[in-house]
Write a protein that binds this ligand. Structure first.
Ligand code: SF4
Length: 312
């Protein structure tokens, strides 16, 4: 949950999640929709389904107990290098590096590495250094200490070198380059998208579609349109819906407009009231909390409800 997400955003969903799914076997039985709802607000929803798939493998192949060997852990769906290192070292004591962004920063500064972090060569260099430092009998403590050092002492903008326990040989400190290291990859340029959708509500249900697996928000329910990352003029909305869902609609006035960000896409989604002559492959989905509507769709429902302009 903590990958790419702030701690404050994780606390509440984490508690809720553990109450709902107190064991791998409880989680293994969760449907896709239940998983997506339990993960609401954390983004990167693919992780949630992979985690559930991992729980299923734990139940099927390991009798419901998370395996302790590196090989078995590595085989679980949803376990990448960082999670493998964290679980293997903290839970089972394996001397396996757990390299998060904090650790990358500490090691890059300490060794004066010039390779941009996140690239293959930088990953290899950093891992090699950590393997040399790694404590054989307290690997979990070591990994957590290094992550914590990056989080509270060797911070991105104002490292506290005076308080740092590994300050003496640190290249960045000695050469006064803490502001230049670590070297970062050029940020991806933001892509601005102006997309559109229709919003049609009948009673406690709204018209939508399930997002295919190869698209952002896979498996969730979204308002009908060309797709959240596709630019669309108002005049093209009807044709886009017809060609995508074989549905015939007459899109009317705009009733809501929301902003949303997915990775480096900055999206404005304009939503129009509509009448439906043929729903084609679209379907009616409940507005209840148990339905995994996408975050942009829920934002739209919030707006149109308040404005009272939603077509019944
Ligand atoms: S001495 Fe400063 S720059 Fe070097 S690792 Fe410690 S906090 Fe980071």
């Amino acid at each position: 949950m903590l990958q790419q997400t702030r701690v404050e955003a994780v606390c509440e969903p984490f508690e809720r999640f553990l109450t709902q799914y107190p064991s791998p076997s409880a989680f293994a039985e969760a449907s896709d929709d239940e998983v997506l709802v339990a993960w609401r607000g954390l983004g990167y929803y693919r992780r949630a389904r992979l985690l559930r798939d991992g729980a299923r493998r734990v139940v099927e192949a390991h009798g419901g107990t998370v395996p302790s060997s590196l090989e078995d852990l590595r085989d679980l769906p949803g376990i990448g290098p960082y999670t493998l290192g964290a679980v293997a070292s903290i839970a089972f004591g394996h001397p396996e590096p757990a390299v998060d962004g904090n650790v990358e920063r500490v090691v890059s500064r300490h060794r004066g590495f010039e390779e941009p972090i996140g690239t293959g060569p930088a990953r290899r260099q950093i891992r090699q250094v950590i393997e040399g430092w790694m404590s054989a009998d307290r690997a979990g403590d070591f990994n957590q200490a290094l992550m914590e050092l990056g989080a509270v002492v060797c911070t991105p903008t104002s490292p506290n070198c005076e308080a740092c326990p590994i300050a003496a040989p640190c290249v960045a400190r000695r050469t006064d380059r803490t502001g230049q290291l670590p070297v970062k990859k050029a940020p991806k340029k933001a892509i601005v998208v102006t997309s559109r959708a229709i919003v049609v509500v009948r009673g406690e249900r709204a018209l939508g579609y399930r997002v295919p697996d190869d698209q952002p928000n896979a498996g969730q329910i979204e308002l009908p349109g060309p797709g959240i990352l596709v630019d669309c003029d108002p005049d093209d909305l009807r044709a886009a819906i017809r060609s995508r869902f074989d549905a015939v609609v007459a899109a009317g006035q705009e009733v809501a407009s929301i902003q949303h960000a997915i990775t480096h896409h900055r999206i404005t989604l304009h939503c129009h009231a509509a009448t439906v002559q043929r729903k084609g492959q679209l379907d009616w989905f409940s507005l209840a909390a148990e339905t995994p509507w996408t975050t942009p769709s829920r934002k739209v429902f919030g707006r149109v409800d308040k404005s009272g302009r939603l077509e019944a």
